[in-house]
Design a protein around this ligand. Structure first.
Ligand SMILES: NC(=O)c1ccc[n+]([C@@H]2O[C@H](COP(=O)([O-])OP(=O)(O)OC[C@H]3O[C@@H](n4cnc5c(N)ncnc54)[C@H](O)[C@@H]3O)[C@@H](O)[C@H]2O)c1
Ligand SMILES: [Zn+2]
Ligand SMILES: [Zn+2]
Length: 352
């Protein structure tokens, strides 16, 4: 089969590799019908994730069709159309039993690390992928839900909702600021509405992404490059700051943005993956009763979010901006890696 193989920082190729085979009785093999590229794949290609070694097939998002099932798999069958969660889940360990799949103790990839696809085991940017612990790690797609919508459930929708909205404790009537309106920020914007946010402010340097944010539920937007950006945000609250600031970029500057605009008693929910330390002005924050949360997505809300997507309650049709076939994988990477120029949000890469 063909797959997108990582060959060290800055190097990748769409090349011939052996087909995956069943290795444990709880595995399935999936024919990838639709996959996509995540900002994390770009981080890997920059060399920011040293655990990814040359030879690894990248990708952790996919919708596909089961072609083979292991002997212990009883609830899935050949021909089933499924979403692959970006997080493995053995379903048996103490973390899985608490819904903290991100730290699944199953030994695929590494015990204690849920994110394994395209990281510690071969991923989904391929014609076929082996999925361990399949009964707990894939979700059947209801008829009528297109692949392009379903694939948003592998990673970005659960990430924005769980680590942004739920960890941020968004409540009815809240004013929520989302810093970074990329795919993950977009997922936080659209799911903040589920918890009853009264206002959702998209804060992004990119004019196109701020404009796009309104199509998926942002009520206001602010350009953080404007000299009076902070006054603009405070003016959208009662002057005291936002109830919840969701960081969806992953750099010190945007964590600081959250610190500057959160109100006393408010929440900062950090979703961004940081590669460098962030200064925490705890001397100012403690007396303002600020709650700070962070985490790796669990995808324990995937089934619930899939119900909402099935009922067309989330504007997921606004996320795919560019479409490719699997053999155009290198072009898809080129377009996605120049998102500011190409105005890409999510790319859909399909079999046909
Ligand atoms: N916690 C998790 O489990 C998890 C899962 C998936 C992704 N992530 C992380 O979430 C973050 C967002 O992912 P994405 O795919 O949406 O990324 P992205 O790079 O596509 O989007 C980031 C956005 O931030 C904007 N931005 C950059 N600098 C800014 C600044 N100074 N002020 C305001 N906006 C700024 C960019 O214009 C862009 O629109 C990344 O760090 C990613 O690694 C976390
Ligand atoms: Zn991802
Ligand atoms: Zn587990």
């Amino acid at each position: 089969m063909k797959a997108l193989v990582y060959h060290g920082p800055g190097q990748k190729a769409w090349e011939e590799v052996p087909n995956p085979t069943i290795q444990a009785p709880t595995d399935v093999i999936i024919q990838v019908d639709t996959t996509t590229i995540c900002g994390s794949d770009l981080h890997i290609l920059k060399g920011d994730v040293p655990a990814v070694t040359p030879g690894r097939i990248l990708g952790h998002e996919a919708v596909g069709t089961i072609t083979e099932v292991g002997d212990a798999v009883t609830t899935l069958a050949v021909g089933d159309r499924v979403i692959v969660s970006c997080i493995k889940s053995c379903g048996k360990c103490s973390f899985c039993k608490k819904g903290i799949y991100s730290h699944c103790l199953g030994d695929e990839g590494a015990s204690g690390m849920g994110w394994v696809f395209g990281h510690l085991i071969d991923g989904t940017q391929a014609e076929y992928v082996r999925v361990p612990y399949a009964e707990n790690s894939v979700y059947k797609v209801p008829a009528g839900v297109p692949d392009e919508h379903a694939v948003m459930l592998s990673d970005i929708l659960p990430t924005g909702f769980e680590i942004g909205v739920l960890y941020g404790q968004v409540k009815p009537g809240d004013v929520v600021a989302v810093i970074g309106a990329g795919p993950v920020g977009s997922a936080a914007i659209m799911t903040a509405k589920l918890q009853g946010a009264a206002r959702v402010i998209a804060i992004d340097l990119d004019d196109n992404r701020r404009a796009q944010a309104h199509k998926i539920g942002a009520t206001h937007d602010v350009n953080p490059a404007a000299p009076d950006w902070k006054e603009q945000v405070l003016a959208l609250t009662d002057g005291l700051g936002v109830d919840v600031a969701i960081e969806a970029v992953g750099i010190p500057a945007t964590f600081d943005t959250c610190v500057q605009i959160v109100r006393p008693g408010g929440n900062i929910a950090n979703v961004g993956v940081h590669g460098a330390p962030v200064e925490l002005p705890i001397q100012n924050l403690w007396i303002h009763n600020i709650n700070i949360s962070m985490g790796l997505v669990n995808t324990n809300t995937l089934a619930m979010l899939l119900n909402l997507v099935t009922e067309k309650k989330l504007p997921v049709d606004q996320l795919v901006t560019h479409r490719f076939t699997l053999d155009q994988m290198m072009d898809a990477y080129d377009t996605f890696s120049r998102a500011a120029e190409t105005k890409a949000i999510k790319v859909a890469i399909t079999r046909d």
